[in-house]
Design a protein around this ligand. Sequence first.
Ligand SMILES: Nc1ncnc2c1ncn2[C@@H]1O[C@H](COP(=O)(O)OP(=O)(O)OP(=O)(O)O)[C@@H](O)[C@H]1O
Length: 256
Amino acid sequence: MSTAATGSHVPTRTAARAVELTKVYGSGETEVRALDGVDVEIPRGRFTAVMGPSGSGKSTLMHCLAGLDTVTDGKVFVGDVDLTGLKDGQLTRLRRDKIGFIFQAFNLLPTLTALENITLPSDIAGRKPDTAWLDTVVEAVGLGDRLSHRPAELSGGQQQRVACARALASRPELIFGDEPTGNLDSRSGAEVLGFLRRSVDELGQTIVMVSHDPTAAAYADHVLFLQDGRIVDEMPEPTTDKVIERMKAFDGRQDG
Ligand SMILES: Nc1ncnc2c1ncn2[C@@H]1O[C@H](COP(=O)(O)OP(=O)(O)OP(=O)(O)O)[C@@H](O)[C@H]1O
């Protein structure tokens, strides 16, 4: 990967933030308070992992920060933009222009080559790709001559690296990863996490990753721990062992 290329504007320190964010699903007896007054700042150019027991609100937090779900109360900002004040069309454009997603399932189009998959979002948006940036991303993804291969001809780890490159190609404000290594064996998972780590260190990308895996969380700069819809702890400079220890403290459960 080449030198840092973080854009020419003067960025604010925070890529996204939530203020008193509450999300309630259902009502009456079936009401679930998935998020209960969450205040959080996602620092720019850093790798943040979100962990916590099953049902603690990790996906809901990610979906609200990414503008994929509405909030019940509180505010969500991406950069300086208050998402809670946006109309549907504005929200769709903001997601398209400012946010990248990496899912557990790679979601590549099988008939397109790796390179075509990477450039697909900008092709659909009718945008000319920034070729210098694309070269940087393509070099970083480290697939060499496999860029002309179709997904079926690539390993799971290679496919997920293509999905990561696709997310990076539009230079989004931030990338959300939802269990990006959940479908991968440990070696392929390490390839993908190494790529995400380098995209933060060398390209200045901001990443928020939800994961159950303490090894994956250890690649982050910072871990947020959720329980019952609240952020109950944070861990700078996580290691696998420290994260495992912290997860054990959740009701004696280790299932994350
Ligand atoms: N669309 C929905 N309708 C009703 N309840 C929901 C909905 N989505 C999530 N919930 C509830 O909100 C709570 C938080 O769910 P969420 O998916 O955010 O947790 P999570 O920490 O991501 O869990 P997991 O680790 O199992 O993926 C859970 O109790 C869940 O059942």
